[in-house]
Each structure stands twice: as C-alpha cells, then as structure tokens.
Design a protein around this ligand. Structure first.
Ligand code: FAD
Length: 455
C-alpha cells in the first residue's frame, strides 16, 4: 500500500481507528480455525461517515479491502493475505432503538445477534433469527450472508427480517434505505441486492430489523424416528397439528447423535441410541396441551418410536445444546463442512450415495449428517483425519455433483465466499452468473470490495 494513502486514512480516522504492525497481534481471521490475522492494516471506523471516508480514499487509490465482522462465516469470505487491508465493523456496536409499537429495531451493523436477541427480549419482543454462532456473529454479517439458522421454517431467512438498510457503496456514497415499513412496494427493493452479497456490492453499516412479539411458550420434543418416510410424515404432521406454531424441525442422522451425546461431548442422550433418525421439533407460542397432543398422536401413528419432551427451560436448552454442539466434529481436525439444499424426498438417496462414495474411497472415513430438514437444508461434515491431502477436492465432487440433477444448491445458507466459487454453476445458470458479474461491475467497477469472493 502506498504511504500517501496510509497517511490519508490516518487523517480520516481517530488514532485507535488504524491498527498496524504489533497492533494486529492476537487477532484472528476466522472464528473456527483461529488462524492469526494476516494483514498490513486494520481499519476500525466508528460511524457511517468514517466508513464512507475510508471507502472514498480506497476507491480513489484502487485499494482493495476485506470486510471483517464477527468472523463466524464458514466459507472463507473474510480470509486475508499479508498484504491485505481489513475494514472491521467492530466499532459499529450500537443498538440505536427498539420500537415496541412498530416492532422494529434500528442497529449498527457490528451488533451481535445475541445482543439484539437479549435487548428484544427485555422489551417483551423477539428477534427470531437464531444460530449457533449467535454470540459472535453480527447482524451486518447475518445480512451480508443472508443467514438462515434454526427457525427459517417459520420466520424465513435474514432477508425476510430486514426492513431497511444503510449501505456504503464502493466509492464511498452512502445509500440510505432505512425503511421501517413492512409493506413498501415503491419501486425496486434495493436492500435485497446487498443482502446475501457477502460484502461484494457494498458495506452494510446500519439495519432496520423486524421484531416479533415474544412467544408465550417454547415447547421442544426430541424424537427417535423409525425411517425417512416417517420423518417426512412427522414434519407434515407436526406442522398441521400445531396450526402454524411449528418453528424448527431439525434432523440428525445417528452418527451425529452419537457424537454429541457420547463423552467427551457433555450432552446427555434424551432418547436411546440405535434409531435410524432423530428429530428436534420446536413450537413457539402454541399452548402446551396442543403440543403434547401433537406429539402423542405422532407416537400413536408410528411416526415416532421414542420421545423426550422438555419439561423446563433447562431441558429445552440441553436439547438445543445437542444440535448446536457442531464443534464435536472438529475433534479430529478441522472438518470439511458442507451446507446443501435439496428436495426433502431426495434426501435419503442423496445421503446414501454420498456415504457410499466416501466409504468406497476411504473405508475408515468419519462423516456426519444433520440439518434444518424443515427447510430442505442438510449439513454434511467430513473429518479430514486419515484422508490424503487431495481429499477435499474429491469430497467436494461427491457432495456437490449429485445436486445438479436434483435441482439442489451448493449453499443453502453459508454463502459462496472463496470456498464454493468453483461450484456456483451447479446452482446458478450461466445467465444468472453473467448478470451477477454485471452487477458487481456496476456497483464496484474497480473491484475493491472483497475481491475474488462469490464470482
Ligand atoms: C458454530 C456456527 C454455527 C453456524 N450456524 C449457522 C446457521 O445455522 N445458519 C447460517 O446461515 N449460518 C451459520 N453459521 C455461519 C455464520 O454464523 C454466518 O455466516 C454469519 O451470518 C456471519 O456473520 P459474521 O458477523 O461472523 O460475518 P463474517 O464472518 O465476519 O463475514 C462473513 C462475510 O460477510 C461479509 N460481511 C460481514 N459483515 C459485513 C457488512 N456489514 N457489510 C458487508 N459485508 C459484510 C464478510 O466480508 C464476509 O464475506 C454458523 C457459524 C458457526 C461458527
């Protein structure tokens, strides 16, 4: 980076807004790998005006930037090299307001998901997005990646929860689009272009988010399910029986259930091991009797072979803790983690095919499958332990290639980042990718925002 640009950046940010050299020590570039941060400079603007000033200078100099937030992204979107400049949103941390009448929150992009969940709860409201990385992931990062998580079935992805957005474009222009209305069809819905664009079209600095009334109850059942047909039927049964109250339907193949309920994992098994499938079923806001009756009728008609219904908030947390304990898959080294979408009816054959190919290649391979079945989203996780150094590319082929014929997606919710770029054409047509490139060229002609990501 040229010295002149460094001096100009130092002039538009306060002294602690520019970190270099020793100031970068102890920082990581990734929540999962804990890889020490490689960068020449880290910029920490504390306001939209400062983000705008930084981008204006970098745009003028043709200087690329990598945007960093909670660093919980799982597709290497925030990876850096030693010569990179990082734009961190860690100082945009204010919850500006919570309006209990309009049921909206106005937040800066660096507020964590958990901070907003807790603030909403104190106001008797709820922000329904939820995912395991809630303590570190930021709302700006959630919007940039269009995060999904545990309750998409009922509330949609982040895209459905964002009412308004403020974005700084590559040349420093601030785009205020802080709509607070649920219904606003006045022209193009520009915010949607930035949601899920993974920081390639603009830097999200503020958001207006839709809140809901705090649910009166949270009921959870953990069930053993005797077969896949019963699992698919259970999803429909619970959805129908709960009359719109179903908020999560998570599935675990047995290897994952055993992993998270066997020491050194601390989770306890709520039902016996040995079933072909396990389901976590959650209802928010319905009444306890209705939930109990829905579970009992599922057992009576053979959709469930064994079940534990949480009797307290601690039991609810313990059951969700099993689903969230995905780090157990990293016990044998950082795993290859996939996040695919496919039609529900194709899931058993797809999983069987991937497993068959994995075991044919490496009989001792460790692989786990679990996910948000209600949304058609499965996570396939493969341990690299004992696998050859070229295994990653081979596993990717086994996981991604069958999706094309099924109309599936290589990313259900984590995004493309650097990791899945080569596979984008499995899920998007050549015409779609060409239009994505045209949009990138139009929004960021000098290619300074998160270069090389997505397309
Ligand atoms: C244990 C665990 C569980 C997870 N579970 C889920 C899950 O269930 N569902 C799900 O969808 N994801 C899940 N994730 C992935 C992750 O939490 C999300 O991708 C998250 O939304 C990223 O937010 P972040 O603040 O950490 O962003 P980062 O990781 O810092 O950034 C992610 C990408 O967005 C860009 N970016 C970040 N902030 C902005 C901004 N303000 N403006 C422009 N670009 C920006 C970055 O440059 C990068 O490309 C999980 C991750 C972990 C570690």
């Amino acid at each position: 980076m040229n010295e002149g640009l460094l001096q100009r950046l130092k002039a538009v940010l306060p002294a602690d807004g520019v970190l270099e050299g020793g100031g970068l020590e102890g920082r990581t570039e990734d929540w999962m790998r804990r890889q020490p941060l490689r960068a020449t400079l880290l910029l920490r603007p504390a306001s939209t005006a400062e983000v705008s000033a930084v981008l204006k200078l970098c745009h003028g100099a043709g200087q690329p930037l990598i945007v960093h937030a909670g660093l919980t992204g799982l597709v290497h979107g925030a990876d850096t090299t030693p010569s990179d400049i990082v734009l961190s949103l860690e100082r945009l941390r204010r919850i500006e307001s919570i309006d209990p009448v309009q049921r909206v929150a106005v937040v800066e992009a660096g507020v964590t998901l958990q901070q907003l969940q807790e603030a909403a709860e104190q106001a008797g409201l709820a922000f329904p997005l939820d995912l395991g990385a809630r303590g570190s992931a930021t709302l700006g990062g959630n919007a940039a990646t269009n995060a999904g998580g545990n309750r998409v079935l009922r509330f949609g992805m982040m895209r459905e929860m964002v009412l308004g957005i403020e974005v700084v474009l590559a040349d420093g222009t601030v785009l205020p689009a802080m709509n607070r209305l649920i219904k606003n069809n006045s022209g193009y819905d520009l915010k949607q272009l930035f949601i899920g664009s993974e920081g390639t079209l603009g830097v999200i600095t503020r958001l207006v988010l839709r809140l809901r009334e705090k649910p009166a109850r949270q009921d959870v059942m953990f069930a053993s399910v005797p077969g896949f047909d019963q699992l698919a039927a259970l999803l429909k049964h619970m959805d129908r029986a709960l009359g719109g109250g179903l908020s999560a339907f998570e599935v675990m193949w047995p290897e994952f259930y055993t992993l998270v309920t066997t020491p050194p994992a601390t989770g306890r098994a709520p039902v016996a091991h040995g079933a072909p499938f396990y389901a976590l079923v959650e209802s928010l806001g319905s009444d306890a009797e209705r939930f109990q009756a829905a579970c009992e009728s599922a057992i009576e008609c053979g959709l469930v072979s064994d079940a534990a219904i949480a009797r307290s908030q601690a039991e609810v947390a313990a059951i969700w803790g099993l689903r969230d304990d995905v780090l157990q898959t990293a016990r044998w080294g950082l795993p290859f983690a996939f996040d695919v979408s496919l039609p529900i009816r194709d899931m058993p054959a797809y999983v069987e095919r991937v497993r068959r190919e994995l075991h044919a290649a490496w009989p001792q391979v460790r692989a786990w499958v679990f996910g948000h079945m209600g949304d058609g989203n499965l996570h396939v996780v493969v341990s690299p332990d004992g696998l050859p150094s070229d295994a990653r590319a081979r596993v990717e082929r086994m996981v991604y290639e069958p999706l094309q014929a099924l109309g599936g997606a290589v990313s259900a919710e984590h995004g493309i980042g650097l990791e899945k770029k080569g596979w984008l054409s499995i899920s998007r047509s050549a015409e779609e990718i060409a239009l994505m490139r045209a949009l990138k060229q139009s929004f960021d002609p000098k290619g300074i925002l998160n270069p090389g990501r997505v397309i």
